[in-house]
Design a binder for this molecule. Sequence first.
Ligand code: NAD
Length: 272
Amino acid sequence: MNPTSSFPASRPHAGRVAWITGSTSGIGLAVARHLASEGAAIALHGQAAASAETDALVREIAHTHGVPVRHYGLDLRDGSAIAPLAQRIAAEMGAIDILVNNAGMQHVSPLLEFPAGKWDELLAVNLSAPFHAIQACAPQMLERGWGRIINIASVSGLVGVARKPAYVASKHGLIGLTKSVALEFATTPVTCNAICPGWVLTPLVQRQIDALAAREGLDAEAAARQLLGAKQPSQAFVTVEQVAALAGFLASEQAAQVRGAHWNMDGGFAAA
Ligand code: NAD
């Protein structure tokens, strides 16, 4: 520790700005906390406008890690609003050095009943929003000679899952986008990689557990066991902190030559 400060001496991202989409809960919030602990200023982002809850999060992260933190609310279904938000963050916090495309939504339904509107919304949030955000943030990264783009895909980007056609398509697409961007920037100091988590216990998954419990008349614990049992050989949830640590590695100098990777952290899900 630095004797004059209560924060760790090793703050590799001090002076850098990280924008993590969908970071008011779950994996995104853990990634925000991790990057803040490494000194990055944090642009928190969620679908909703600021609230007492987001104000408290901003204060807590800023106080714990001694970094600037601001909250930005934007519904990412509106693709045309993404570049203006990136410009606003850059104007208020500084150019974005680390972009984590984390925001995502899920809709579970048989293909034949899948609402076309849900397909459009899900693709907009899970796939088109990362495209718009990368397009908005990459020019300054290239100009400044450093950048990290990390896309939170899913094991559903590697294997098919029934009754999730839009989610599976969006996450396969996000991995394709990751590879394309990584190759385009391969000779620059800007990297682009994807993380593919298996089941992580977050609000997004809790909703699926609750639906399973209601459908099959199970208690929450039995429904969680059934969810894991079907797909995740370790029979244990991945934790948000574990995903955040992997994102932290991909943002590090040591990962400068990790490019276009889709790295699964899934308790063996994709190995089965
Ligand atoms: P979560 O529900 O806690 O977080 C999702 C975030 O996305 C929230 O902050 C929400 O505000 C934001 N978001 C959703 N729709 C949005 C919209 N229209 N506009 C703006 N923001 C929007 O869920 P999570 O599990 O932490 O999910 C984070 C990412 O991880 C998602 O991309 C998800 O697909 C991916 N993922 C999750 C799991 C898992 O098991 N939880 C597994 C693999 C991948």
